[in-house]
Ligand binder design. Structure first.
Ligand code: CO
Length: 200
């Protein structure tokens, strides 16, 4: 199986060079992506592929259920590098319908360590209980929770000292929330974009 992967890589690299002889030389020279993407680890939601972006165009952090948890040194380190060193202009939190992390958060079962990781989703579900209860069926509630989770993470990104400091320095930075449909391949804008401190 690894052989298949390596062969595909050779084919891909050769194809790129055939189209543009300086492709890798140019890419290796500098990293200056416009976007920073925070998405789910799910194999069906690769940032570059679904957003139609080339290598070099998007800086990516992925974890289960696209969460920005306080105390997650990995996510916060990546965020700081993206904002302060790469000077990305747009941060995009992308969730997806049918997210296993969202399902696991609220299915009432024990899954182990991941239950701690997913706690913020249960908090969001509890906070939005009235809205979720008003929906017609389980599927609609799950879909809406995927969206509400993204909206909550957009707010969390915007509340980090990293992003607040960037805004106070006058650095232009937008934080968006999108949700992806596994069954139609479409990204939807949840309309929760922040261009400054939440409530500020
Ligand atoms: Co997921």
């Amino acid at each position: 199986m690894l052989e298949t992967l390596l062969q595909r890589n050779l084919d891909w690299a050769a194809e790129r060079l055939a189209q543009d002889a300086s492709y890798f030389k140019r890419l290796a020279g500098i990293q200056r992506p416009h976007y920073f993407w925070i998405g789910c680890s799910d194999s069906r939601v690769p940032a570059n592929v679904i957003a139609g972006l080339e290598p070099g165009e998007v800086f990516v952090h992925r974890n289960v259920a696209n969460l920005v948890n306080p105390g997650d040194l990995n996510c916060l380190s990546v965020l700081q590098f993206a904002v302060e060193q790469l000077q990305v202009r747009e941060i995009i939190v992308t969730g997806h319908y049918g997210c296993g992390g969202i399902q696991a958060a609220v299915d009432g079962q024990r899954h182990g360590l991941i239950d701690h990781w997913l706690q913020p989703i249960r908090d969001t579900a509890a906070r939005c209980l009235a809205e979720l209860d008003s929906l017609p069926d389980h599927q609609a509630r799950q879909d809406r929770l995927c969206e509400l989770n993204v909206i909550a993470q957009v707010k969390r990104v915007a509340e980090t000292p990293i992003v607040l400091d960037a805004w106070s320095r006058g650095q232009g930075l937008l934080v968006h929330g999108l949700v992806y449909g596994l069954d139609d391949g479409r990204l939807r804008n949840l309309g929760c974009t922040l261009a400054g401190p939440p409530g500020g």
